[in-house]
Design a binder for this molecule. Sequence first.
Ligand SMILES: O=C(O)CC[C@@H](O)C(=O)O
Ligand SMILES: [Zn+2]
Length: 492
Amino acid sequence: MEKWRATSNLRRSLKSVLNRRLSPGSDFTYFNEKRSFPARFNPIRDQRSLREANAIQYRYFSSVSTLVQRNPSFSTLNSDDISYFKRLLGEKNVIQDEDRLETANTDWMHKYKGSSKLLLQPRSTEEVSQILKYCNSRCLAVVPQGGNTGLVGGSVPVFDESSGAKGSCQIGGNVSTNAGGLRLVRYGSLHGNVLGVEAVLANGDVLDMLGTLRKDNTGYDLKHLFIGSEGSLGIVTKVSILTPPKLSSVNIAFLACKDYSSCQKLLMEAKRKLGEILSAFEFLDNQAMNLVLHHLDGVRNPLPASMHSFYVLIETTGSDESYDREKLEAFLLSSMEGGLISDGVLAQDINQASSFWRIREGVPEALMKAGAVYKYDLSLPVEKMYNLVDDMRVRLGNLAKVVGFGHLGDGNLHLNISAPQYDDTILEQIEPYVYEWTFKHRGSISAEHGLGLMKANKIHYSKSPETVQIMASIKKLLDPNGILNPYKVLPH
Ligand SMILES: O=C(O)CC[C@@H](O)C(=O)O
Ligand SMILES: [Zn+2]
């Protein structure tokens, strides 16, 4: 009955094709708008002793071992510094307003909170260069900030570092964090799409690597050091980037699978049968779907007959409508006949398409609304990845909800643990277990969100000691005083 309904749904919806034009650059935009949520900090214990120790304790990590000590070699901002920046940038680009500083000092997750007293808004490479030259000579630490939408505390000041450029999600931030995104399965990572970079080093030198050549084999390709280095080696001021042509035919299906193994087989079939038109293959489990339906206004379940264990969103993008439609239709029907899909619908217009995406993209927002959330962004072999979610459920029992979703097409699991509040008992069940599990399966502890502050001290789970040593030497070479985004990426 269910299968019949689904097949008829699919057949019906396959009659019309969705045409949706992607806006330029949208493939690389991670979160393109800032959203605000109520702060949900747990009280920090013993504030005074932390201040005396010149240390900070993050709300998320309430155990003592995660204290971060302020680097004693950094200077403290004084009135001469502020006068210098005002002369350089003009009064209105030197921000000391408390509300604006509060926003810059707080990350998107409301987990990390710094105490920077100054936000600078440079408008040119030359101004960035002058700022860094000055800060380097004074040993003032700097946190480059784009849209401040990161999920690992990479763009918030930890102590009193001066903040750099600020606005909405920006291409410099995307490149600096090698932001992943929903269509990596089709377009690849920013390492493959960035043709050139201009970066300003800590001493103010401008490194011009802003080529547009597709082929350039003249030795070390240094631009890759700046892609994904989270502002720790330099500030990216310009990029040349591939912009794939807008494609006119976009189809989106929202499907249900009875178990994880069906999702996995469906992915293999999609890669094989849809080939180059497959532009997204996303999944969410039952827990994720429940959260979205419960916490987000106006979201409807497109498959309301019954709740399923897993949901998959498949998008194809191409330029030949009838070819794309036939290919997707054949794929969906054969997958349904083969038992890989238990129910499904295909968007018939732009509103339906957006509503399917809203479900998938709404998961992080729903998690935020549900309470405290522990986030893990893991690259793992697709066939093993959901075992970790199951293991975590056993470990946590009734303590917390374990939610699995992510970019199945890229082997990227977003494991999120949702609880009413942050709690050491929960954290002890999760860490280091999650990291050890990932290490054992030769995965990565950060598939796309970076290391930031949250995982700087965990880097050894994904990089060998020799590699970390070379990374530290590169950091020392390019930023000898360590002023650029301190306490992030490398162990502190
Ligand atoms: O919140 C997360 O864990 C993932 C956020 C983002 O990378 C996504 O894919 O929605
Ligand atoms: Zn993601």
